[in-house]
Structures are given as C-alpha cells and as structure tokens.
Design a protein around this ligand. Structure first.
Ligand code: CAA
Length: 258
C-alpha cells in the first residue's frame, strides 16, 4: 500500500478508513493532504472489497481548515492558475458512500470536507464553523453553498458573516449532523454505521446515494423521475432478486454486489 505522510489509510473488512494525520497543524488541509486523500480515495473506490469509506481526524481536530500558512503568500494569479481547491471536487464525485466522523474542530475547509461526505457523524466535542471572514476571505471548498443547503440561509449567513463556531448540538438541530455521539464512542459508532452500509448491495447503495444527491441539483419532478428510472433499473440486479426472496423466505439476504 502507498506510504502516506499526512493521512493514514486502513482497510477494516469492507470499510476503508482514512484518518487525517497532521496533528501539529490540527490536520490543516494543505495540497499534500489533498493529493494523498485523492490517491487513497481512488484506491478505495476501485477496490471491490470496499463498500463504504470513513474519513476521520483526531479527537482534538477533524481539521482546523485549509492550511493558512500555505495560502498566505499566494497571489490572485497563483490561486487562479492552480484553480486552487478545485481538486476537492474529487470528494464530491465519490461513488461509494462516505461518512465523516468529526471530533473537535471542523472549521473552514474542515467543515467543508465533512460536508463533502454523505453522512456527518459528530462527537459531542465537535465544533463547526466557517471562520474564513476573519482571515479576509470566504469559504472556498463549497462552504457557502453546502452549508446553506444543509442548514438554511439564516444560520449559514450567521456563521459565514460572523465566523462563529457552532457546537455539535446546534449542528444537529440545524440539520448539518446526522447524529451526535459521545466522544469516546465516535469511532466505534462510525465504523458500525459504515459496516452496516457496506453490508448492503454496493451497486444499490451507490444508486441510493446518487438519487439523494440528485435532489440538490434538480427540480422535484425531474428528481422524482430520475429516482423512478433508477428504481426500475434495480430490477435488473441479482441483489434485488436476492433481497426480496430473502424477505419472503424469512432469512437474511446474501448480497453479491451484482
Ligand atoms: N492552517 C495552518 N495551521 C493551522 C491551522 C490552519 N487552518 N489551524 C491551526 N493551525 C496550526 C497553528 O498555527 C498551530 O501551529 P504552531 O504550533 O506551529 O503555531 C497549531 O496548528 C495549533 O494551533 P493553535 O495553537 O492555534 O491551537 P489552539 O487550540 O490555540 O486554537 C483553533 C485552535 C481555534 C482551531 C486555531 O488553531 C484556529 O483558529 N485555527 C484556524 C481556523 C481557521 O481559520 N480555519 C479556516 C482556514 S481558511 C479555509 O479553510 C479556507 C477554505 O474555505 C477552504
């Protein structure tokens, strides 16, 4: 397996676990982190043995943002020509289900990375925010868009314009977080969730994720039409036959991912 310097990659059964690992910088997201994340993601996405991907950080910080020290000396032309941050779109195009397990700081790019995942699980110590305005910039990895879709205009404006943090409870109430979990149980619970998802039919889980994500990109009637078309298409899979037969025969299904 590739040697990484800023992340750890582990395969635990059918779950791929990526751990951000720059403790001295509170897992600040620099270009190397992004490069390594993309390599790890490509590996997990092409591995037939992996059914779900978990991204996590440390207890103190999921990630305290994009790396400010890396960005500080850059000019407009540097940022524009490099299309800085565009590489993060790779996370948005992941086809397998992704889960963020967030403990501690998830600020700026850290909050944006968590929002790029399909399910956001938070420990009771998690802190979310888009503090970029305090640095004289704005969110740059989709925060102004994804946060607004997740929590609505009122709270998104409050967070983006004041730069204040939101604790886990507020984030759950606002709809950003699926579940809040005691800090010492976060990783186990997140792994359990990932294992549950990975025990389903992978192609069906991929289609389910695509259908939910389509709701962000299209009108209601087009979204429902898309859902119905892909719903019909699942009747061409062996896993639909197996899933429904297992129910009728009162036994657990054995999905073949076909
Ligand atoms: N970039 C680079 N380094 C960072 C960092 C970041 N985003 N966040 C923390 N660090 C570094 C600190 O510089 C410090 O390093 P040194 O020991 O070498 O000085 C180390 O991590 C520990 O941080 P602190 O000493 O500051 O720890 P703290 O507990 O006192 O404070 C914190 C924690 C409140 C999270 C504080 O570190 C902080 O405010 N960090 C910056 C948060 C931020 O502004 N994030 C947004 C970045 S911009 C962005 O993300 C743009 C975008 O949209 C993608």
């Amino acid at each position: 397996m590739t040697d990484f310097e800023t992340i750890l990659l582990e395969k635990r059964g059918r779950v791929g676990v990526i751990t951000l690992n720059r403790p001295k910088a509170l897992n600040a997201l620099n270009s190397q982190v992004l490069q390594e994340l993309v390599v790890a993601l490509d590996d997990l996405e092409t591995d037939d043995g992996i059914g779900a991907i978990l991204i996590t950080g440390s207890e103190r910080a999921f990630a305290a943002g994009a790396d400010i020290k890396e960005m500080q000396p850059k000019s407009y032309m540097d940022m524009f020509m490099a299309d800085f941050f565009a590489g993060w779109d790779r996370l948005a195009s992941a086809r397998k289900p992704t889960i963020a397990a967030v403990s501690g700081f998830a600020l700026g790019g850290g909050c944006e990375l968590a929002m790029l995942c399909d399910i956001l699980l938070a420990s009771d110590t998690a802190k979310f925010g888009q503090p970029e305005i305090k640095l004289g910039v704005i969110p740059g990895i989709g925060g102004s868009q994804r946060l607004t879709r997740a929590v609505g205009k009122a709270k998104a404006m409050d967070l983006v314009l004041t730069g204040r943090n939101m604790d886990a409870e507020e984030a759950e109430r606002a709809g950003l977080v699926a579940r809040v979990i005691p800090a010492d149980e976060l990783l186990d619970e997140a792994l359990k969730t990932a294992e549950t998802i990975a025990s389903m039919s992978l192609p069906v889980a991929m289609v389910a994720k695509e259908a939910v994500n389509r709701s962000f990109e299209t009108t209601l009637s087009e979204g429902v039409r898309f859902e119905r078309r892909v719903f019909h298409s699942l009747f061409a899979t062996e896993d639909q036959k197996e899933g429904m037969a297992a129910f009728v025969e009162k036994r657990a299904p054995e999905f073949k991912n076909r």
